[in-house]
Design a protein around this ligand. Structure first.
Ligand SMILES: *[C@@H]1O[C@H](CO)[C@@H](O)[C@H](O)[C@H]1NC(C)=O
Ligand SMILES: *[C@@H]1O[C@H](CO)[C@@H](O)[C@H](O)[C@H]1NC(C)=O
Length: 345
């Protein structure tokens, strides 16, 4: 017989309390909720309500109705994939976006931690290499960008990538699957390439029109060559894991093999891919959403005035040169002192 000691009393008390807790939890978690869930279950629903039921029970990131117990706790993984050259500097990304996974590829350094099989096709070689190497373990959201914080094509009054990425609306990306990180129409929209009309053409400026048709037939053998291709320029965009995986890995390998094998100059093969990504990710050949709508959805900058698809309250103006002055944004194009045109926030 166990003797009645203080120790045994404490043990007995614990058992009683644990039992009470168990009974309480069983009631809370099972009896209270299980029957309700059962009643709402598919077996009790007429067919015409089944779709509604499934829609409302499919876990969704942003509707607050999710039934998954841990939704909202598991952090969504966001990664940046950066196509860098030795002369460029992407450290600002670690400084300002510490939670994003950084994948900084150095195309011109074979000994860099991340590099590419061949330095060809500009950023496209990096983007494709990342997708191919991570196809089975992609993060939820991937932003494909260039390294420097200030770049002439960044969609910001100071060409500053920091506010551009701070404003970027990840929930909109998660809804769309693919989003171009640029709304300005000034290069690429409403039409950049006319593959049929321009076949064989050679221009002084870099333009992929002359070579696009042949390339397109190789990259997308299942599609008819479009008459017109347009998307806002410059090959910075984002895609979700699901969107990337709508294509087979072998497609991405085929695109990369084309770049490795092509005799086209880099500035042309890179340009072909620049004007293909939106189609790779399921958009129409001309993907030029109205700038006003685009700024609102992509960057949360709503109610801008973009009547002529022009500058949208000065959000973006085409710069005179593609290399920014040393000391930008505090030194201007004539070497004069300059204030920022907009906030970093
Ligand atoms: C890169 O940029 C950071 C500021 O973001 C600066 O502190 C650092 O010195 C730069 N590195 C090089 C090698 O220029
Ligand atoms: C494109 O690249 C080739 C090879 O590097 C170069 O000769 C040509 O000048 C470039 N075209 C332009 C317009 O920069």
């Amino acid at each position: 017989m166990p003797r009645f000691t203080v120790r045994n009393a404490v043990v007995a008390l614990n058992i009683v309390l644990l039992t009470a807790l168990f009974v309480h939890l069983k009631y809370e978690l099972w009896h209270k909720h299980a029957p309700a869930a059962e009643l709402a279950g598919p077996l009790h629903l007429p067919d015409e309500l089944l779709d509604d039921y499934q829609a409302s029970t499919t876990p969704q990131a942003d509707d607050g109705k999710t039934l998954k117990a841990n939704a909202g706790i598991t952090p969504r993984r966001t990664a940046v994939v950066v196509a860098s050259q030795a002369s460029e500097n992407a450290t600002w990304l670690s400084q300002y976006f510490p939670l994003w996974e950084k994948n900084i590829y150095h195309v011109d350094d074979a000994n860099a931690p991340l590099t590419v099989p061949k330095n060809k096709g500009r950023e496209s070689m990096v983007y494709l290499t990342y997708i191919i190497d991570h196809y089975d373990d992609l993060p939820d959201n991937v932003l494909f960008i260039h390294p420097n914080r200030y770049q002439w094509h960044n969609d910001d009054p100071d060409y500053d990538g920091l506010p551009m990425l701070r404003h970027f609306q990840l929930p909109y990306l998660e809804k769309e699957g693919y989003v171009n990180i640029r709304c300005a129409w000034s290069l690429g929209c409403p039409s950049e390439i006319k593959p049929l009309q321009e076949e064989g053409e050679h221009r002084q400026a870099v333009h992929a029109g002359g070579d696009y048709k042949k390339a397109f037939q190789h990259l997308f053998p299942e599609l008819d060559v479009p008459k017109t291709v347009g998307v806002s320029c410059c090959a910075q965009f984002a895609a979700t894991r699901e969107k990337i995986r709508e294509r087979k890995k072998s497609d991405y390998i085929r695109y990369r093999d084309w770049i490795i094998a092509t005799k086209l100059d880099d500035n042309i093969s890179g340009r072909v891919l620049e004007y293909s990504w939106h189609m790779i990710f399921g958009k129409k050949p001309v993907h030029c959403p109205h700038a006003e709508d685009c700024y609102c959805k992509v960057f949360g900058l709503c109610k801008l005035d973009c009547k002529d698809e022009g500058s949208c309250n000065g959000r973006y103006t085409l710069p005179p040169y593609s290399s920014l002055p040393k000391g930008w944004p505090y030194i201007g194009w004539q070497g004069e002192e300059r204030q920022r045109a907009a906030s970093e926030e």
